[in-house]
Design a protein around this ligand. Structure first.
Ligand SMILES: Nc1ncnc2c1ncn2[C@@H]1O[C@H](COP(=O)(O)OP(=O)(O)OP(=O)(O)O)[C@@H](O)[C@H]1O
Ligand SMILES: [Mg+2]
Length: 267
């Protein structure tokens, strides 16, 4: 579904990504993580053909977006749900019109189904009754949730979420997190790639994490194993955010016993 093979990307003389390789199969749920500025957003964008890169090869749904004609890119875009950090809503359209527009252009859904989808998704993101509001009448967190609803309205085969919860208050973050976790379990066939610098978010809905650091993929695998067997840097990066958590909450995350024993029970 998604493949990145030996990708190199520079901005001017600054080489951001070196020899990035990973493959994601149909139905896999994966988190792309790494420190701020490591190139997560750039990676999502280059998979979509939105930023050029120098070396290597990418494909999404079997298509090399960088080297495809516009009409082929558009066909592929119809099958992908994308939510970038700013929500990306059209300011001159209401919430309902934003969602409806996406479905009219990207799906075959009839009007009745479109209206039902809008209702269901707005409830799922805990924004029922906001159909007639314009983006300027929504808070940042609400816009983000509408953006996620819109990304899902088209029943995409692949969903790419960039920092779905950054900058949001804890309550809104939890709503979004739950929604994406539910999605990950319910939509078995949908391939999900979430880019985030937040480890706690990343491990909530994906078993497999890909870690990018200093321009390279430094780890790719199930996070529970990496937490125990990763390199020192990987272990540190993953655990810093987790060891401050409440024990009950840590258990809820299904952290490995060995890890809990080491960081909580020993205290
Ligand atoms: N269009 C651009 N022109 C020049 N430099 C850029 C451009 N876009 C990104 N960069 C640089 O590339 C680096 C990686 O940016 P990117 O947004 O891909 O990282 P990120 O991992 O998504 O970061 P964050 O966690 O803050 O979202 C940053 O140093 C950024 O300044
Ligand atoms: Mg980013």
């Amino acid at each position: 579904m998604i493949s990145c093979e030996g990708v190199h990307k520079s901005y001017g003389s600054f080489q951001l990504l070196r020899n990035i390789t990973f493959h994601i199969k149909k139905g896999e749920k994966v988190s792309l993580i790494g420190p701020g500025g490591c190139g997560k957003t750039t990676l999502l964008k280059l998979l979509l053909g939105l930023v050029p890169f120098e070396g290597g090869h990418t494909s999404i749904l079997g298509t090399d977006m960088q080297n495809s004609k516009r009409y082929i890119q558009n066909e592929i875009f119809k099958k992908i749900g994308v939510s970038f950090q700013n929500g990306g809503l059209f300011d001159f359209m209401t919430v309902e019109e934003n969602l409806n527009f996406a479905m009219i252009h990207m799906t075959e859904k009839n009007e009745l189904t479109r209206m039902e989808t809008i209702k269901t998704l707005l409830s799922a993101v805990k924004l029922p009754g906001t159909e007639k509001l314009y983006p300027h009448e929504l808070s940042g967190g609400m816009k983000r949730r509408v953006g996620i609803a819109r990304a899902l309205a088209t029943d995409p085969l692949v969903a790419l979420f960039d920092e779905p919860t950054s900058g949001l208050d804890p309550v809104t973050s939890t709503i979004i997190l739950e929604m994406i976790s539910n999605l990950a379990t319910q939509k078995e066939g949908m391939t999900l790639l979430v880019a985030t610098s937040n480890v706690e978010i990343a491990i909530r809905f994906a078993d497999r994490i890909i870690i990018v650091h200093n321009g390279k993929v430094i780890a790719d695998g199930p996070w529970r194993s990496l937490l125990i067997e990763g390199s020192d840097w990987v272990k540190h990066f993953l655990s810093v955010r987790l060891i401050g958590l409440d024990l009950e909450y840590a258990r809820d995350l299904n952290l490995p016993d060995e890890f809990i024993e080491k960081h909580w029970n020993s205290k």
